[in-house]
Design a binder for this molecule. Structure first.
Ligand code: CDP
Ligand code: MG
Length: 728
């Protein structure tokens, strides 16, 4: 620690403010850290340097020729043996028997739907077959899209290993903010969102000879849009081969969509089912981080007292917000004699293959994002899963061996109560970001969707973009909109960045945007140290600066510490998230240059400028504290609460006006990431949206009766109709 040194204005401000309470926190942190030292298996110790480094290392193990020494002989033998083993394994996959037939079908048809159970080899093998068959000989690449980042990375690593090449050379992956490909890359695994972004620069996808839209059954928004786009491209690029791959049997829908494209079915493998339960990993599906952490704790406590006779349990949690290097842990084999338990959200439902899973426990629930275009809120609700999901989950056992699935629901409820399929994401999400990309692509017609989004949702998205100034009243992309579309961020964040230039604080707002995109994974809050962690977090909330500025403070202090890992540990900040944030920031810096946004810093001085820029993006997310003490959103009059994790939750008196990043709905509607605002800013930054009488208006009677719901439409300005934007 360089406490003796002056640390720049903000760092200093903090140390001057260090109260007795802060000192106590510091002390107890030190004690905890001292206790932790040397304790094996500390949940919060990071195991790998970097998740990507880890998968890369896994991919390269045994394939990279090193310098030529005498000892090399043995090593080469081992590598050759591993290769032989891998090649043998490839031949046992169900798809292998159909290789020639499949290649023949692809040669004869431009578009094919491939259906096969998870584990049959669709994702890892088909791109290799196509590569071997010469589809990349003309210098064009094979794209294989995945709905999830982890899947794109791990599958690419696996395939690189199978092909005996270095990851990023012939086989690579590309996910948002991370491009692991090179000139050489012929097989490119990427998130569906990345391919969408590539469309912006290359609307005919000329660098690709084959596009595989993988895991199409997941029906992510990006996948759905991709399907519409590639269908279009295929029409004017007869040389482009298109494969739509799906793990569930809803292939007819895709076939219909692609003008009756042929369906190629790969029969799954069958085992004799074991009657007993021999050793083997367990995969338990839970709904979210909190549930996973609770179960993890219970399991740890229960297994602690079991003694040495019972096999050790290796507990591996996995959820989207988990730092990636911890996610990577689930791919490690359990030590001999131990049993691996993976606690997962539905992230593990498809696309991830976890070795050695024999038992799946499915309690039938998952969290589903749902978006209400009327109120503009997105919420995560725990809902029963669909039949298709249940089958998918069951299929996760025995992928690399025989398996079994324990369903914690009855056959009756499976048959009678459960919906056949999950509603596609596009019908339950905020489409503003998607519409902005489409507009930037020059797509003005409502085009083909497998399942078209509700016009209410489309309209709401267009309204949002119009209110943000990304579209003009003819529905055309404005200059601001074009700049926003270049930034791979939520349109509101993109707008805040674009606006920050004017307020001379683009550096600060950029940092805040990066930190907000990092989600909830900035701080960690171990259960047994929750109070200390909370207090450490509270320290960043200098006064009532608000959560946005607190995030800025975290980053700035970390930067001033020389990007120190120690610093992160001391402050309960996830160092991996921070490192990623830094990485993302660098890439966004380059994009800012491209859209010619000048990088200027207000040097910690004018925080109002920063808050104002945030308000330019988030002026719709504002709430006013009423006489009854409750916050109500402006215009829509919903009763909302400050999220308990917010630094603003404990302010006394609470600020009257706030702007928030998002609403999350659990038992109540909570505002997350909250900052104080001056009402006159609203008139200044969004005069098209707020008039004087919107602010401080007495609560409408109707809304009171309806408990803050409804009444929204009545007070809104008439918005341009859908027909103004699209030829419907
Ligand atoms: O795409 P599909 O579900 O049909 O199968 P896949 O992902 O190509 O996986 C085929 C096999 O490759 C799996 O059963 C695993 O044995 C292996 N695999 C792996 O070991 N590691 C990965 N990251 C992916 C697949
Ligand atoms: Mg797959």
């Amino acid at each position: 620690d360089n406490d003796g040194e002056p640390r720049g204005s903000k760092g200093k401000a903090f140390s001057e403010q260090e109260s007795w309470e802060d000192q106590q926190i510091r002390k107890s942190q030190l004690e905890f850290r001292a206790k932790d030292r040397g304790r094996a298996g500390d949940e919060y110790e990071f195991v790998f340097d970097d998740a990507v480094e880890f998968v890369k290392a896994a991919a390269m193990a045994g394939t990279e020729p090193e310098d030529e020494t005498d000892e090399l002989g043995d090593e080469i033998d081992a590598k050759a043996m591993l290769q032989r083993e891998l090649q043998d394994q490839r031949k046992t996959l169900p798809v292998y028997k159909f290789k020639d037939e499949l290649l023949k079908a692809i040669a004869e048809h431009q578009i094919i739907i491939v259906v096969g159970e998870t584990g049959s080899g669709k994702t890892t093998q088909i791109p290799q077959y196509l590569h071997e068959a010469g589809y990349t000989a003309n210098g064009r690449k094979i794209a294989c899209t995945q709905p999830r980042r982890v899947a794109a990375m791990s599958v690419a690593a696996r395939v690189a290993q199978e092909m005996g090449v270095k990851l990023g050379h012939e086989v690579g992956y590309s996910i948002r903010f991370e491009d692991c490909t090179s000139e050489k890359t012929a097989v490119k695994y990427m998130t569906d969102g990345m391919l969408l972004r590539e469309f912006l620069g290359e609307p005919d996808l000329a660098s690709y000879g084959v596009v595989i839209v993988d895991e199409a059954h997941e029906r992510s928004i990006s996948t759905d849009i991709l399907l519409g786009l590639v269908k279009d491209v295929a029409r004017f690029r007869p040389d482009l081969k298109l494969l739509i791959s799906s793990a569930t049997l809803n292939a007819e829908k895709f076939s219909d969509f692609f003008d009756m494209a042929p369906v190629f079915k790969i029969p799954g493998r069958r085992y004799k089912l074991h009657v007993t339960q021999p050793p083997g990993g367990i995969l338990l599906f839970l709904t979210g981080q909190e549930e996973i952490e609770t179960v993890e704790e219970i399991l740890r406590r229960r297994t602690r007292g079991l003694g040495t006779k019972i096999a050790e349990l290796v507990i591996c949690p996995i959820y989207a917000n988990l730092p990636t290097e911890l996610q990577a842990k689930i791919f490690e084999p359990a030590p001999p004699g131990a049993r691996k338990v993976v606690l997962a959200t539905n992230i593990a439902e498809t696309s991830l293959t976890i070795d050695g899973i024999s038992y799946v426990v499915d309690p039938r629930f998952c969290k589903v994002k749902s978006y209400s275009p009327r109120t503009g809120t997105e919420s995560l609700l725990v809902q029963p899963i669909s039949k298709a999901s249940a089958d998918q989950r069951a299929g996760r056992s025995g992928r690399t061996g025989p398996g079994k699935c324990f369903r914690l629901f009855t056959e009756h409820s499976y048959k009678e109560d459960m919906a056949d399929e999950t509603v596609p994401e596009i019908q339950r999400s905020n489409l503003a970001s998607v519409m902005l990309s489409l507009k930037a692509l020059g797509i003005d017609d409502i085009f083909d969707f497998v399942d078209p989004p509700a016009s209410e949702g489309l309209l709401r998205a267009l309204e949002d973009l119009f209110a943000l100034g990304a579209l003009n009243s003819h529905g055309e992309l404005t200059k601001t909109g074009r700049r926003m579309a270049e930034l791979p961020l939520d349109p509101m964040l993109a707008k805040a960045i674009v606006a920050s230039e004017r307020y001379g604080c683009s550096e600060e707002v950029l940092t805040i945007a990066v930190m907000l995109s990092a989600g909830n994974a900035v701080f960690y809050r171990p259960k047994d140290r929750a109070l200390v962690a909370d207090a450490a977090r509270q320290r960043f909330n200098a006064g009532n600066a608000g959560d946005h500025v607190a995030l800025l403070n975290v980053y700035t202090e970390w930067e001033q510490s020389g990007y120190s890992t120690e610093w992160c540990a001391d402050h309960f900040v996830q160092s991996r998230t921070m490192r990623r944030a830094r990485d993302v920031r660098e890439q966004l810096e380059a994009l800012l240059e491209r859209v010619e946004i000048e990088r200027r810093s207000c040097c910690g001085g004018d925080l109002d400028a920063v808050r104002k820029a945030i308000t330019v993006g988030f002026f719709r997310n504002t709430a006013q504290r009423q006489r009854d003490g409750f916050y109500r959103t402006l215009k829509t009059w919903r009763t909302v609460f400050v999220h308990p994790s917010s630094g603003m939750a404990r302010l006394d008196p609470p600020p009257r006006w706030v702007v928030y990043h998002e609403l999350v709905e659990t038992s109540n509607e909570y505002m997350r990431q909250v900052t104080e605002l001056k009402p006159e800013w609203l008139l200044e930054v969004a005069p098209h949206y707020y008039q004087e009488n919107n602010l401080d208006a007495p609560e409408p009677k109707k809304a009171k009766a309806a408990h803050g719901q409804g009444a929204a439409v009545a007070t809104e300005k008439p918005s341009p109709s859908l027909n103004d934007f699209f030829k419907v």
